[in-house]
Write a protein that binds this ligand. Structure first.
Ligand code: PMP
Ligand code: GLN
Length: 382
């Protein structure tokens, strides 16, 4: 083996792959990795097939199929009241994860500090570190997973380049409120701190709470990369198609990285989504559709000893078990998969310091029969 120095020496295989693989081996119901098990829109798959049949099979524009970017600008204007120039502010990407990585790679220099809240979606910290930058980790307040803004203020230094936020939040389902936006505005005004806002769950938000996108606030948007995923909006996580919105000066730099990484994304899917968006606004029904699933799942879980930590958005709800077992969450999640046949995600996997509040994340974006059969397996749990 030729000697080389790993750029990510501490990183193993993502927990999503680990738990999905175990679920497969054990024949368990998989409420771990976040993906729906119900079908996506047949109208949309038909549009993509049609795009292929119509010959849209070569590279499209490097920044994304123009009609799709126009549709996204229109949607942003309707939902968030922001005016975006599709030519300078929107780039289509192969998924939200890629958009986040590209945004970080666009601006981070070695030694830059990035404030990141834990539990954190598992790609964030490796994405920071591979750029030679330094994650400044702050734990969200357990158990409501709100942001401790006073601690953020204390941790800001002259090297702080960026703050990463994620609302609705994976894995906890917490969402940003007006007071969070005010605190963020106050902290960053008169600094040159940038914001990476991961809004892939923008439409999966419940209880009548509005999604407080960075797109609503011109003073925040002027310093933001805002990342989205079609996978979540259209129940097709396997499509790996998303987009990034940012002000033109930042987007120019983003595209310098993008053009030599992927250049352009899947053409027929972009053409299909653009055509579909002209007829349908699926996102209008998403909050109630997913809230119904959350409520159905929550009701089922009342028959188990787990303690609900209420989710207000995303595909996920977290449940505590510290009152009946002190087993570390990774071991507990593996035992549940092997002995009870239900796979979940241990939330300590989203903390670098191994913080373990004895909490598991369950994905409820499933058919009712899947949820029923999964929770039935917990009937004898002690
Ligand atoms: N951010 C968060 C918080 C997510 O849960 C996901 C879902 N995988 C992504 C980003 C990335 O989405 P995509 O599958 O489009 O890369
Ligand atoms: N976003 C999904 C989750 O949190 C899965 C992403 C992945 O497998 N990389 O479960």
């Amino acid at each position: 083996m030729l000697p080389f120095r790993s750029k990510l020496p501490e990183v193993g295989t993502t927990i999503f792959t680990v738990m999905s693989q175990l679920a497969l081996e054990e024949g368990a119901v998989n409420l771990g990795q976040g993906f729906p098990d119900f079908p996506m829109s047949a109208g949309l798959t038909e549009q993509v097939s049609k795009a292929m049949r119509d010959g849209y099979n070569q590279y499209t524009h490097m920044n994304g199929y123009p009609l799709l970017r126009e549709q996204l600008a229109e949607k942003a204007s309707e939902l968030y009241g922001t005016r975006l120039d599709p030519d300078t502010a929107i780039t289509i990407t192969p998924g939200g994860t890629y958009a986040i990585y590209t945004a970080l790679t666009t601006v981070l220099h070695p030694g830059d500090e990035v404030i990141v809240f834990e539990p954190a979606y598992d790609s964030y910290i490796p994405n920071i570190e591979i750029n030679g930058a330094i994650p400044i980790r702050i734990s969200l307040r357990y158990p409501d997973y709100s942001i401790p803004w006073e601690e953020v203020r204390e941790k800001i230094s002259t090297r702080t380049r960026m703050i990463m936020i994620n609302s609705p939040h994976n894995p906890t389902g917490s969402v940003l409120r007006e007071e969070d936006i005010l605190a963020l505005q106050k902290l960053v005004s008169e600094t040159d701190i940038l914001i990476l806002s991961d809004e892939v769950y923008e439409h999966l938000i419940f209880d009548g709470i509005p999604h407080l996108s960075m797109l609503r606030y011109p003073d925040l948007l002027e310093r933001s990369f805002v990342c989205f995923s079609f996978g979540k909006t259209y129940h097709c996580t396997g499509w790996k198609l998303g987009y990034c919105i940012s002000p033109p000066a930042l987007m120019r730099e983003f595209r310098k990285v993008h053009q030599f990484n992927v250049f352009s994304c899947d053409t027929p899917k972009q053409v299909g989504v653009a055509a579909y968006m002209q007829q349908e606004k699926d996102w209008l029904h998403l909050p109630s559709f997913l809230q119904q699933k959350r409520d159905f799942f929550r009701e089922l879980m009342k028959a188990t000893p787990f303690q609900c930590i209420p989710s207000h958005g995303s595909y996920f709800e977290c449940y505590g078990y510290g009152h009946f077992s002190q087993e570390p969450d990774k071991e507990f999640a593996i035992r549940l998969t092997k002995e009870y046949g239900i796979a979940t995600i241990p939330v300590s996997a989203f903390y670098q310091n191994g913080e373990d509040n004895k909490v598991l994340r369950f994905c409820f974006a499933k058919k009712e029969e899947t949820l029923t059969s999964a929770v039935a397996r917990l009937a004898n749990l002690k």
